[in-house]
Design a protein around this ligand. Structure first.
Ligand code: ATP
Ligand code: ZN
Length: 320
């Protein structure tokens, strides 16, 4: 019997005891904090994932206080406890069950080779793992790496790429400042995380081959308790609402009534657009929701169809 179970049983006993004694006051013991466990979520303490991870939970209405130097924080309005850790340690902690969930880059997840669930791609911290070589060198595909030495912090991902391309190369594993390896004679090439490419450029390197695309992902322990599964479902419901809203815009426009069928055809909306008469005779106001990815094409089509006074408004949450 685990500690949590013993705790719950004892608390239930006391609640029943006091209920029988008509000490109704003690029903307050059945609060969220005591009877429901907190799901433990590991996020990066400080680095490129931290701010967006914290913002994600804030947008989901989950309060977390990340005071200076804190390693742990319990949410004041949700059954969650946050652990602030180095990103490299997060997959291992989630596998061991020290944390139930975690947010890491997919690059770190795959490199760690830990046995955890990839629960959801989160769409931020997008980057790529690429091979880069000195600017003056030439590159004619993977063959150019044959028998070369490559510095990287991602030996597993790099070996996989080399193996798939039947290339033999020396992998120099280093934990940071990989880009300087060619200039100090440590390696012929590097395999590192790139987003804009400016760091490579300032170290005299050029990106020649992308080997892995990454973004932040929510990971989960393989054996979550039923209680934690239901907390995770609540979190996912909120994340989906936030992500849906980020992918959509609310649109309002005016149009002459004779143009309505054509305009409604362009902006079908979630069910169908709202159409309301304007004070001006023969005109209507149309409200709808547009997907971000087709946004500009639709705006152009609407203008061509006679829409005027187009207003576009961000949506905060979207529950479908
Ligand atoms: P820690 O101190 O926690 O070990 P770190 O220095 O290893 O941090 P960061 O540089 O903060 O890691 O990067 C964390 C993750 O953010 C990376 O694993 C990657 O998924 C993503 N990332 C890295 N560089 C970029 C970038 N330039 N743009 C966007 N995302 C990036
Ligand atoms: Zn790290």
């Amino acid at each position: 019997m685990n500690f949590q179970k013993i705790l719950k049983e004892n608390i239930s006993f006391f609640i029943n005891y006091f209920k029988n004694s008509e000490l109704i006051l003690c029903q307050n013991i059945t609060t969220r904090e005591v009877l429901m466990q907190n799901i433990r979520i590991a996020i990066q303490k400080s680095g490129r994932l931290s701010e967006d991870s914290i913002d994600l939970f804030k947008e989901c209405g989950i309060k977390l206080d990340m005071g200076k130097g804190r390693l742990k924080s319990v949410s004041s309005n949700f059954n969650a406890e946050f652990l602030f850790l180095r990103d490299d340690d997060i997959p291992g902690y989630v596998e061991d069950g020290v944390a139930d969930l975690g947010i890491v880059g997919e690059n770190v997840l795959v490199e760690s080779a830990k046995n955890v669930d990839l629960v959801k791609k989160l769409g931020f911290s997008k980057c790529r793992l690429s091979i880069a070589i000195p600017r003056e060198d030439s590159f004619d595909g993977a063959q150019s790496l044959q028998n070369k030495s490559i510095a990287t912090s991602y030996p597993k991902l790099l070996s996989k790429y080399l193996k798939e391309n039947d290339i033999k190369a020396n992998i120099h594993e280093i934990s940071g400042s990989v880009e300087i390896a060619p200039s100090i004679g440590l390696a012929d090439a590097v395999c590192d995380i790139v987003s804009s490419g400016s760091t490579l450029l300032s170290n005299g390197l050029k990106e020649v081959q992308e080997i892995f695309k990454s973004e932040a992902v929510l990971i989960g322990n393989k054996n979550l308790s039923a209680e934690n599964k239901s907390i995770l479902e609540k979190i996912l419901f909120r994340i989906n609402a936030v992500q849906k809203a980020q992918d959509h815009k609310y649109i309002l426009l005016n149009a002459p009534n004779e143009k309505l069928p054509e305009i409604i055809n362009i902006i079908a909306g979630m069910k169908s657009p709202t159409v309301m008469p304007l004070a001006a005779e023969g005109w209507s106001s149309i409200h709808s929701v547009l997907e971000e990815k087709a946004f500009w094409e639709k705006i152009e089509a609407l203008r061509n169809a006679g829409a005027e006074g187009i207003l576009v408004i961000p949506i905060e949450k979207m529950i479908l």
